[in-house]
Design a binder for this molecule. Structure first.
Ligand code: PEP
Length: 256
């Protein structure tokens, strides 16, 4: 199974970046050792899907309901209709900016799955928890409360471990810390979902750059990377993708 490199454009991007990214990916997609998922703002999902047929596209959030009076929100089915196959859920910026709780994330996972989207579920500790030695307890608690019972049922959900203090900061945990956390997440997934839990991809996210990608992606139980800032620069994003290893453990296939 191939590693998965996901680009989270956050509230960035433009039609010009869609063109630039599509040209850069077209030039090398066939030779990349990994699968790609690009998660632009909702307005760029359709153009990106049209520009890059064969590359998976994702949303950055969805509402838990199918439709209704929820101004400014977007339903999972709308993302699907625009060309998305994936959706990031529970990103720490959503949890902080919009007060998203684990229960809300769990409900959104249900909505995403009902619409045929693969959820990419983010968990991660803040700096205080890491300093206090509570990182693992916080992450496993979030994971347990955010994932529904049927999360492993169709083999398409993913988990992204994203320490909040590493996002956009240029700082990342040590290799030992990343490996330990991914091992703890794997153990929790196995304990809850049995063999199906062994096949759920666990991605690392937080200041992944071309210079550190190979070291991160070589760690045990790292099934790929969720990349923020560096995913806005085609050469950097593709350098990270090029650092993927062909043989990492425990991940699910990317279905477009
Ligand atoms: C993210 O926000 O998902 C992320 C990983 O950001 P960055 O790579 O910029 O730290």
């Amino acid at each position: 199974m191939r590693q998965i490199i996901i680009g989270n454009w956050k509230m960035n991007g433009s039609p010009a970046l869609v063109d630039e990214m599509a040209r850069a990916i077209y030039a090398c997609a066939a030779s990349l050792p990994c699968d790609l998922v690009l998660c632009p703002p909702a307005t760029l999902i359709a153009p990106l899907a049209q520009a890059l047929p064969g590359i998976a596209i994702g949303g950055q959030d969805c509402h838990e309901r199918e439709a209704g009076a929820h101004t400014g929100d977007i339903a999972a089915g709308m993302l699907r209709a625009a060309g998305a196959s994936h959706v990031i859920l529970g990103h720490s910026e959503r949890r902080a900016d919009h007060g998203e709780s684990d229960a809300m994330v769990r409900a959104k996972i249900g909505a995403a799955r009902a619409a045929g989207l693969t959820p990419i579920v983010c968990v991660g500790e803040d700096e205080a928890a890491r300093r206090a030695g509570d990182a693992e307890a916080v992450v496993i608690r979030q994971l347990t409360a955010s994932l529904p019972e049927d999360f492993a049922a169709n083999g398409l959900g993913m988990v992204a471990y994203e320490p909040i203090w590493a996002i956009g900061s240029g700082r990342i945990p040590s290799a030992t810390e990343i490996a330990a956390m991914h091992g703890a997440i794997r153990a929790a997934l196995r304990a809850r979902f049995g063999e199906a839990g062994a096949a759920i991809a666990i991605l690392y996210g937080g200041s992944v750059k071309p210079g550190n990608a190979a070291a991160v992606l070589a760690l045990p139980e790292v099934g790929g990377a969720l990349v923020g800032g560096a995913s806005l620069v085609p050469a950097d994003f593709l350098a990270i993708a090029g650092a993927a290893t062909a043989e990492a453990l425990g991940r699910t296939a990317v279905a477009g």
